[in-house]
Design a protein around this ligand. Structure first.
Ligand SMILES: Cc1ncc(COP(=O)(O)O)c(C=O)c1O
Length: 370
């Protein structure tokens, strides 16, 4: 699609994604699992998966089996781990497509085995241990017994073990070192009892940056692949490139007199006569219904004023006298020497960078550049 026909759209630089994958490979010298759940963090699953596969990624991580099927449609032969729950009705499909399922509960594992048997095959599994996240993962002390009982189920193929960190973006915190210690203990106990997981993985992006001692065989990176920093405490090193630009257009440029209310609720009144532009993107696109955001127009950073509406937002254009209807506006990304990162919007909106990009709506066309 050509952006000239769009009012609001996303541009995704696939070479940035490939660059970021290469950096992660150089940094870790381990296998990379590209986490592409949630439509590749809003970037668009099919193209991101193809680009990552082309860049040598063998493993993909998703939350749900539907996403795993979408990965395989775009990267035939790739390996996919469904990190969440898989309903019984979908296990046959997992067996048929050789999708790996997460196991963290014996009854669910037994269900996977029974359904795999009905399907006439084996379900590939990775066992997940909860070492402190308090979410998915087996958290009882009898880890060896649990692993043995799961592995002995007749229709499961044991492919690996993993865990997930709760606070890896806070390098000064002792939570992650403790989780690593617990996970190492689990691995040691398994090994001592003759259980040798073919693949061990633990690190998300933050842990990959802050805890190299926990690389094991593979890192499970999401946000860094898209060139976005996980949090204020954990910033991506030089060389990583953001892949996504969120663009819109000015759809109106006009002067309002002093004291004029702007947008629903009149949360903003013009302090003097002001040139107010309307931008054709709003909360239905994922540009949150908040005050205090910024946009870039003609390479200048301009304030968003008034409350953001469903399809439209208002900006002050006094500093950009050349602005006219149809001009490009950047809501996330670079224009001239200015840059607004997903991280900046996250700070303005009181959330995390992940939520900013995952919230970019389906109605925004995604335009891909190589
Ligand atoms: C289990 C698991 N592993 C890895 C990741 C990737 O994390 P990140 O995007 O911080 O690299 C996620 C993302 O939420 C996850 O839930």
């Amino acid at each position: 699609m050509d952006s000239s026909v769009c009012t609001s759209w996303l541009e995704i630089d696939l070479s940035a994604i490939q660059n970021n994958i290469q950096l992660l490979k150089q940094m870790t010298r381990k296998k990379i699992m590209a986490v592409v759940k949630a439509n590749a963090y809003g970037h668009g699953m099919p193209d991101v998966v193809r680009a990552a596969h082309e860049a040598g990624v063998e493993w993909f991580g998703v939350a749900r089996i539907e996403e795993a099927l979408q990965v395989l449609d775009n990267a035939p032969g790739a390996r996919v781990l469904v990190m969440g729950y898989t309903p019984p009705q979908m296990v046959a499909e997992a067996v048929r497509r050789h999708i790996t399922l997460a196991v963290y509960d014996f009854d669910t594992a037994a269900m996977y085995s029974a359904k795999a048997s009905e399907a006439g095959g084996k379900a590939s599994i990775h066992i997940k241990f909860d070492t402190g996240m308090g979410r998915l993962g087996y958290n009882q002390p009898d880890t060896v017994d649990f692993a043995r009982r799961v592995i002995e189920l007749p229709n499961l193929e044991f492919g690996g073990v993993f865990t997930h960190f709760a606070r890896a973006d806070e390098p000064g915190q002792d939570t992650t070192p403790k989780q690593i210690e617990r996970f190492n203990q689990v691995l040691h106990n398994l090994n001592q009892n003759g259980i040798h997981p073919p693949l061990v993985h633990a690190c998300n992006t933050s842990a990959t940056l802050n805890f190299p001692q926990a690389y094991f065989d593979m890192v499970r990176t999401g946000i860094s692949i898209y060139g976005i920093s996980p949090s204020k405490q954990t910033i991506l090193p030089q060389g990583f490139k953001p892949a996504l630009t969120f663009k819109s257009r000015l759809t109106s440029v006009k002067t309002l007199p002093a004291g004029h209310g702007v947008s629903y609720g009149h949360y903003y009144f013009t302090p003097t006569e002001q040139c107010i532009g309307v931008v054709g993107a709003g909360y239905a696109d994922g540009f949150r219904r908040r005050l205090h955001s910024y946009a870039l127009v003609h390479g200048k950073r301009v304030p968003v004023v008034g409350i953001v509406a469903m399809d439209q937002s208002m900006v002050v254009l006094d500093e950009v006298p050349e602005a006219k209807i149809g001009d490009e506006v950047v809501l996330i990304g670079s224009q001239g020497n200015e840059h607004i990162g997903a991280e900046d919007l996250a700070a303005d909106w009181g959330t995390i960078s992940y939520e900013v990009v995952c919230g970019l709506s389906a109605r925004l066309p995604r335009i891909y550049h190589q």
